[in-house]
Design a protein around this ligand. Structure first.
Ligand code: SF4
Length: 237
């Protein structure tokens, strides 16, 4: 099956059905699931805990995160019985970003060191990358589809066509634990230096033109869809 056919097959399904179907095709050992444990993350983590608890969750910890996020991650891991693996940046490079206050002087490089390079260091070990991003979150994400090719890896985004409103509706109606900063006015939560209160993502890098950390837009327009590429080729890569 190619990417186009895969997207067409998955499009009519709800997220849970998509995830169930996905694990009929892919072994969780070969799947890298990343979560920021942000304000929308708990919905996908809930679905994963229902469908496949063998799926490990990677958490990119920039060492600049809120204590509330760390505690939230620990609570969810315990309550949902999920194995969460912390992926940390290279200590030497991270120290430079901290000493140079790069989050102020060069936030793209700071994200590059602490987030993107950290992801890249683990991504090579997997065939498929799963993430809970949605195509309504930013203008740069508007073309995201359920399956896309990223750096010759298959990326699975089961919530790609969901809105934040829908995800928040599910979080509330399923009584899932909200991120503790949500009730304090944080629509989205990232690093302490670059997050302030605000609706949706307006509090991220507030006052700067930056809207993405680069994880989901690596290399600018990373989401090159090669519809002819067979999924089996990627799964075996
Ligand atoms: S979000 Fe801010 S502090 Fe975090 S890695 Fe990016 S620039 Fe650095």
């Amino acid at each position: 099956m190619n990417i186009k056919a895969l997207n067409e097959a998955f499009k009519p399904m709800l997220a849970e059905e998509r995830i169930l179907e996905f694990y009929r095709m892919f072994d969780s050992e070969k799947v890298l699931l990343t979560s920021s444990f942000g304000t929308n993350s708990v919905y996908l983590l809930h679905l994963i805990s229902k469908v496949n608890r063998r799926q490990k969750v990677h958490f990119i910890n920039t060492n600049f995160l809120f204590e509330e996020t760390i505690k939230y991650k620990n609570d969810i891991a315990r309550d949902f019985t999920l194995e969460v693996i912390e992926a940390l940046p290279d200590p030497t490079s991270h120290a430079i970003t901290r000493e140079e206050k790069m989050y102020e002087t060069n936030p793209d490089l700071c994200c590059g060191v602490n987030k993107v390079a950290t992801l890249n260091a683990v991504l090579d070990d997997y065939n498929v990358w799963m993430a809970g991003v949605m195509n309504t979150q930013t203008n740069t994400r508007k073309d995201f589809d359920i399956f896309q090719i990223v750096h010759n890896k298959l990326k699975f985004m089961p919530l790609a066509d969901y809105s934040e409103l829908e995800v928040q509706f599910y979080i509330k109606s399923l009584y899932l634990p909200p991120h503790p900063l949500k009730s304090q006015g944080y629509g989205s939560v990232g690093c302490t230096h670059c997050t302030s209160c605000g609706y949706d993502r307006e509090g991220r890098w507030s006052g700067k033109s930056k809207v993405e950390c680069g994880l989901h837009t690596i290399g600018g327009k990373q989401q090159t869809v090669n519809e002819k590429l067979q999924v089996s080729e990627l799964a075996e890569a």
